[in-house]
Design a protein around this ligand. Structure first.
Ligand code: SAM
Ligand code: SF4
Length: 375
């Protein structure tokens, strides 16, 4: 099982929290799409003949690209790779790009899952984040997609925003669950270096939310999700039973994947590749058939630490038998010894040969992961 990620770096406006590789200019759009299709051909052998179960168009803003252009890339992938019949194909969209004409065009593609960047239902928050949409557009976009038969929908929300109080977050969650969509990705705001929010923070223009408020908002998120029968299957991800994102679950389960496009990452078990994060360089290098990525070989220790960081964030936890069978014995022994104290503190549990972080542990997840890292 494998996945393919395609990065569409174009955005119409830069959000103040975002450090994903994006560009506001569309001038390279045509050449970029050609380069993507060239890279698809070049990467034919990266994951050998493994079956592709998921394809994900992320960004940036993939909804700035015509659905017919997205479909050309999908057809190229299907031609080159061994793609499973019922492959999950996700498209990230921004709410204000969604109109009837766009959704009708989308119906002529193989896209079968849509992830919508709702972010918030408060116009004040949306303005603070420098989003280009308003709260009403969230509802309109979802309704339009649902009316045209899309049932596999996900929404992104951000909490822990400056000035956000528990009432504001509660209101966001209420409006989200009223939409009747089956998957939620809710991220606590992180202040990434070189974003406008980080600069505002340094200058004292905004204030980080207190730790108490952060925890309170996370608690509310977990309890509201439960109330609406959403399973908390990864730290920031919730879904109705069985509606988990196959693509993201694959990342967390150490599945191999190919990242296509500027700044995209790839992973094949023993190495990671990072494509250049510059659209002109990317196009030029792919066109000339030159190396367009940096490669990092992963030591056994890196692979162990990767396994800790990805699997323990999920409800499935870390598979101890897999660890025992695929890593030198010292890693298994190290983990068992380190986890004893955490088990006694009820932060971690061992269940059916899997190690899992408990509900209590979720609130200090980062420090638990650090404790279990092999230095
Ligand atoms: C790559 S973005 C693209 C989604 C789409 N372009 C949009 O903006 O609606 C994926 C998601 O990551 C989340 N995100 C990005 N930067 C973040 C940050 N610094 N803190 C918290 N969440 C963030 C946002 O919820 C965003 O929707
Ligand atoms: S959050 Fe989305 S729309 Fe905003 S800058 Fe990042 S990728 Fe672009």
């Amino acid at each position: 099982m494998s996945g393919i990620y395609i990065h569409i770096p174009f955005c119409a406006k830069k959000c103040f929290y975002c450090d994903f590789y994006t560009t506001l200019s569309l001038k390279h759009k045509k050449d970029y799409l050609i380069a993507l299709s060239q890279e698809i051909k070049l990467r034919k052998n990266y994951i050998k003949n493994k079956e592709i179960e998921t394809i994900y168009f992320g960004g940036g803003t993939p909804s700035l690209i015509k659905p017919s252009e997205i479909q050309s890339l999908i057809s190229e992938i299907i031609k080159i790779f061994n793609v499973k019949n019922n492959v999950e194909i996700t498209l990230e969209v921004n709410p204000d790009d969604i109109n009837l004409q766009y959704v009708k065009a989308l119906k002529n593609t193989d896209i079968n899952r849509i992830s919508i960047g709702l972010q918030s239902f408060s116009n004040e928050d949306l303005k603070l984040m420098n989003r280009r949409h308003q709260s009403e557009e969230n509802n309109k976009a979802v309704k339009l997609l649902q009316n045209q038969g899309y049932t596999n929908l996900s929404g992104d929300l951000i909490y822990g925003l400056p000035k956000m109080n528990i009432e504001g977050w509660k209101n966001n969650l209420k409006k989200f669950f009223a939409l009747n969509i089956s998957h939620l990705s809710a991220y606590h705001l992180t202040y990434e270096p070189n974003t406008v929010f980080s600069k505002f923070l340094k200058k004292g223009k905004i204030k980080e939310v207190s730790e108490d408020k952060s925890i309170q908002q996370f608690e509310l998120l977990i309890s509201e999700a439960k109330k609406h029968n959403f399973v908390h299957y990864e730290t920031s991800n919730f879904a109705k039973e069985g509606q988990y994102s196959k693509h993201n679950s694959a990342y967390w389960k150490q599945t191999h994947y190919i990242g296509i496009g500027a700044s995209a990452h790839s992973y094949n078990g023993n190495s990671r590749q990072f494509n250049v994060s510059n659209i002109s360089n990317y196009i030029k290098k792919v066109r000339e058939g030159k190396c367009f990525f940096e490669k990092e070989n992963l030591s056994i220790r890196d692979q162990y630490n990767d396994n800790i960081i990805t699997s323990l964030r999920t409800m499935w936890g870390l598979d101890l038998i897999y660890l025992k069978e695929n890593f030198p014995r010292k890693y298994y022994d190290f983990l068992i010894e380190k986890s004893e104290k955490l088990i006694a503190q009820k932060l971690v549990i061992k269940e059916n040969e899997s190690l899992k972080i408990t509900a209590k542990g979720k609130f200090i997840e980062d420090s638990i992961l650090l404790e279990l890292f092999f230095e």
